[in-house]
Design a protein around this ligand. Structure first.
Ligand code: PLP
Length: 432
């Protein structure tokens, strides 16, 4: 398998170059050169299988021959070591059977654990044992930092540098990456998430090869493992569900991009919903054809406060820039904080299910899309544990949200943070 840049100005790379490099030399994002669809029998053979089994079956097709056999089993065992239950909700009026895929039972209590943990173990498998130490540079608006810190704190020969917008990450989320030990450096940037993201891309462009990479979803090694749970969701739906609608709460659009790859493999998704909060650059593009990145607006679903989603370039590449084709497969919706709060309250009142604001945006997206495309089996991706955002959730539902023990323990851990200006020179000092 070779990986091509979305900018098309560098030759295709192998898996090791793509994962350890992060960004392509021309500034583009890597994608697999070809996505070979599964034969119908191969797809059906995955019905009812576990997430690790699905990963083992599909990884060779997505990643190529660089990791196979025992090495691949080792990666899958280390990375996908938590459940991802598909929970059925009681049907609301006008909706088809509705499911929530809970992707938040990993160590950082967010779906990002899937991609990041897989990538951490993949990097270990791909590196030469005697290689120079590797720095994983990551921008986070909340959840990526925790997933990266928890995945890399014990990976030998690697350290993580995590950039986050100062004062804009809720405390528990922040503590997941500011208390993770000496292997993880947390840098508070005086600016927005988009500033953090820009700094990462600049540092990657300037770094000598092999020393610096990124754990943001611009890294193809993190993007592709997310394909597995779309297949898993389909494989665990009741029989005869028909084509699916899958609603993806989106910020940087790595998750949705992985969904599109899953569909190309053959998962019968009739429609994706690109559900955003008011940071709606992609829904606006789908509607008008104009992609106008803007500074991010803060919301209660802060992990989706992205004004300039980096994976948009991958979506454009996958659809060859054809908006009509994209619109045939992706519906864009955007939702206010007020609507998210109301959805959380309503679902709790109706059936006692507790969700947090990102998942609420996905559920709202599903409802909105159902109104225009009709009743279908729907899956909303639940991307964060409600306890992780309990300061927001508890007042809405008027009930306590118990804190899992691993999150409770963070409250007493000592935080280590360095503050930097939103300039490359300031970051370079940390990296040196
Ligand atoms: C990161 C994140 C998202 C957005 O995912 P993208 O792949 O960036 O679109 C949604 N929900 C939660 C909880 C997240 O942490």
């Amino acid at each position: 398998m070779r990986f091509v840049s979305t900018e098309g100005r560098t030759p295709p790379a192998d898996l090791r170059t793509a994962v350890l490099g992060g960004l392509a030399p021309d500034g583009g994002l890597y994608l697999p050169e070809r996505i070979e669809p599964l034969a119908r029998g191969e797809l059906l053979a995955l019905r009812g299988r576990s997430l690790p089994e699905i990963a083992l079956a599909l990884a060779p097709r997505l990643l190529g021959p660089a990791v196979t056999g025992d090495a691949l089993r080792e990666i899958v065992r280390g990375a996908l070591d938590f459940p991802t239950p598909l929970v059925r909700l009681r049907t609301n009026a006008g909706m088809g059977p509705t499911f929530v895929l809970e992707l938040f039972h990993g160590p950082s209590f967010a779906f990002k654990d899937v991609g990041v943990r897989f990538m951490a173990h993949l990097i270990t498998a791909l590196r030469e044992p005697a290689a120079e130490p590797l720095t994983l540079l990551t921008a986070t608006s909340g959840d990526t930092g925790g997933a990266v810190a928890q995945a890399f704190r014990r990976i030998p020969g690697a350290r993580a540098v995590i950039l986050f917008p100062d004062g804009q990450v809720p405390e528990l989320q922040r503590r997941l990456f500011t208390t993770a030990g000496p292997n993880v450096i947390a840098a508070a940037v005086e600016g927005t998430f988009d500033d953090c993201q820009r700094l990462v891309q600049e540092a990657l462009r300037r770094a000598p090869p092999g020393r610096l990479t990124t754990a943001n979803s611009i890294n193809v090694g993190r993007l592709l493992p997310q394909v597995f749970y779309y297949v898993y969701a389909w494989a665990h739906l009741p029989e005869a569900g028909g084509p699916l609608v899958v609603s993806v709460p989106s910020g940087n659009f790595g998750n949705l991009t992985a969904g599109v790859v899953a569909k190309r493999l053959g998962v019968p998704v009739a429609m994706f919903v690109a559900a955003t909060n008011v940071n709606d650059a992609v829904p606006v593009y789908l509607e008008t054809g104009r992609f106008a990145p803007r500074p991010a607006v803060p919301t209660i679903s802060s992990a989706m406060d992205v004004g300039n989603p980096s994976n948009f370039r991958r979506l454009l590449a996958l659809y060859e820039g054809d908006r009509a084709r994209m619109r045939a497969e992706i519906a864009g919706t955007s939702h206010t904080d007020e609507a998210a709060r109301a959805a959380i309250a309503a679902l709790f009142a109706r059936e006692g299910y507790v969700m947090e604001p990102h998942t609420a945006v996905a559920c709202l997206g599903l409802e909105t899309a159902t109104r225009s495309i009709g009743r279908r089996t729907g899956v909303a991706l639940a991307t964060a544990h409600p306890a992780k955002l309990r300061e927001i959730v508890e007042p809405i539902i008027g009930a306590p949200v118990p804190l899992p023990a691993a999150l409770a323990a963070l409250r007493d851990a000592e935080e280590r943070i360095v503050r930097i200006a939103p300039r490359y020179e300031a970051l370079a000092e940390i990296l040196a």
